[in-house]
Design a protein around this ligand. Structure first.
Ligand code: B12
Length: 220
């Protein structure tokens, strides 16, 4: 059995090669083997899957892979995340709900699905109506679900004003905590946006999210 200490993160290269080949079966086996060896879901998500997809983005940007290869790498990843769900969901439920969304016109959904899975691990009920949902429809969904929290994701820099539109809509009507995140803030700006709205917090990654959920107090 391979063991991983906290200073040595498992390497994402093998997973990257498999998803670029579109080798869904071996990629799935590889991830399940890591989980069976005791590598946490958080580590698999942050240090294997996210790192591999960021690398896919660089290869794509530099024309070293085709758009089809990028698409297949993402769809293989999403199918593996769906397979992992059974082992992720906690049987100890918290009677707490979170509605998650991407801002309108945003198609990147892998990150927010990871966020949903961490909430499920912590026993929260999660509702993710998919990417690219118009702001008014998200608003109506929040109104219907009456969640304990809303989580919004934004990947494209130019979509940050759409995030702010959603934050204004939510805070105009509801007194709800909102968390925001996504790679539109990879080089900063998340805290500034969050600071402009009440009960709103920027969270950069899954480790920070896990701590936030563990310590969560509605008005803390
Ligand atoms: C896959 C992909 C796509 C797929 C998405 C499919 C899908 N099902 O999601 C498709 C093909 C649709 C796509 C389209 C485009 N894409 Co694209 N895409 C990517 C790619 C390769 C991977 C994205 C991903 O899943 N990353 C892995 C996840 C896990 O990382 P993450 O989103 O950052 O999430 C983490 C944190 O940010 C955080 N987080 C995320 N959301 C939230 C929310 C909350 C509440 C919290 C707490 C935390 C949190 O948690 C996660 C774990 O740490 C990236 C490369 C990259 N660097 O990521 C480019 C990338 C994001 N795309 C990019 C671009 C430019 C585009 C297009 C404009 C390309 C085009 N010309 O058409 C379009 C835009 C489409 C649209 N309107 O949204 C750029 C964005 C640059 C920018 N920031 O503005 C990137 C960075 C590529 C690049 N290097 O240029 N893309």
């Amino acid at each position: 059995m391979r063991t991983f200490n906290t200073n040595t993160q498992p390497n994402h290269d093998h997973y990257l090669a498999l998803i670029l080949e579109g080798n869904r079966a071996d990629a799935s086996i590889h991830i399940k083997d890591l989980a069976a060896e005791g590598v946490s879901i958080l580590t698999i998500y942050e240090h294997i899957i996210k790192t591999a997809l960021y690398r896919v983005g660089e290869l794509w940007e530099n024309n070293q892979i085709t758009v089809a290869e990028e698409h297949i790498a993402t769809s293989v990843t999403e199918s593996i995340m769906n397979e992992l769900f059974y082992g992720i969901v906690s049987r100890q439920r918290q009677s707490r709900k979170v509605v998650l969304g991407c801002v309108e016109t945003e198609f990147h959904q892998v990150g927010v699905k990871m966020v949903a899975d961490i909430f499920e691990m912590k026993g929260w009920d999660t509702y993710f109506p998919g990417s690219n949902v118009p702001a008014n429809e998200m608003f109506r969904y929040v109104e219907k679900q009456r969640p304990d929290m809303v989580a919004l994701s934004v990947s494209i820099y130019s979509h940050i004003p759409l995030l702010e539109k959603m934050l204004r809509l939510i805070h105009h009507t509801f007194d709800l905590p909102v968390i925001i995140g996504g790679q539109a803030f990879r080089h900063g700006g998340g805290q500034d946006v969050a600071g402009r709205y009440p009960r709103t917090r920027y969270i950069a990654d899954l480790k920070e999210l896990e701590t936030f959920i563990d310590q969560y107090q509605p008005y803390g």
